[in-house]
Design a protein around this ligand. Structure first.
Ligand code: PRP
Length: 182
């Protein structure tokens, strides 16, 4: 096995890089002649965002937002707490929100409402991963990397209990790790 605690690799670093390159081309074409404000949602998006930025060919400014979900995932109220807001207003800007994964959609819905209330010139969402089977609220993803099954995924920025973000591939975590057997 490549990594401890990992059941299998779901998406290799090569598959990820190829998809990121395509996303970068699409986004660059759509925003030709415009200046983009890319907003990363800390912390999971940082690895994806760092790679995506470097394949964009339009001028890009970067900012970050940090949120924390309330309650356990099974009883989530859908309320998120903003831990770090943007440095500058998004009013009149072409905003691209960058997420590592959309699960229930609750986080994205809250962040989108928060940003849209400031009147950006445009607002689009780029997510590397989507778990559509887990959705609780409808959300629009304009640029999607991969649709994935409902398994606990780690690596390429995604964590379990703060760990595994550094794995270069996106991996399925062994059940024993998060079900307490290990
Ligand atoms: C993850 C991910 C999204 C959110 C998606 O963040 O980055 O922000 O969960 O879940 P949802 O669609 O059910 O709301 P997480 O809370 O794990 O924090 P992290 O980015 O710091 O890992």
């Amino acid at each position: 096995m490549l990594y401890p605690d990992i059941e299998r690799v779901l998406l290799t670093r090569q598959q990820i890089q190829e998809r990121v390159a395509v996303l970068g081309e699409e986004i660059s074409a759509d925003y030709r002649g415009k200046e983009l404000l890319a907003i990363g949602v800390l912390k999971g998006s940082v690895v994806f965002l760092a790679d995506l930025l470097r394949v964009l060919t339009v001028p890009v400014e970067l900012d970050f937002i940090a949120v924390s979900s309330y309650g356990s995932s099974s009883t989530s109220s859908g309320v998120v707490r903003f831990l770090k807001d943007l440095d500058k207003s998004v009013t009149g800007r072409e905003v691209l929100l960058v997420e590592d994964i959309v699960d229930t959609g609750l986080t994205l819905k809250c962040i989108a409402e928060h940003l849209l209330s400031q009147g950006p010139a445009g607002f689009k969402v780029c997510a590397l991963l989507d778990k559509p089977s887990r959705r609780k609220v409808p959300v629009k993803i304009d640029y999607l990397g991969f649709s994935v099954p409902d398994r606990f995924l780690v690596g390429y920025g995604l964590d379990y209990a703060g760990r595994y973000r550094n794995l270069p591939d996106i991996c399925v975590l062994q059940r024993e790790v998060y079900e307490g057997g290990k």
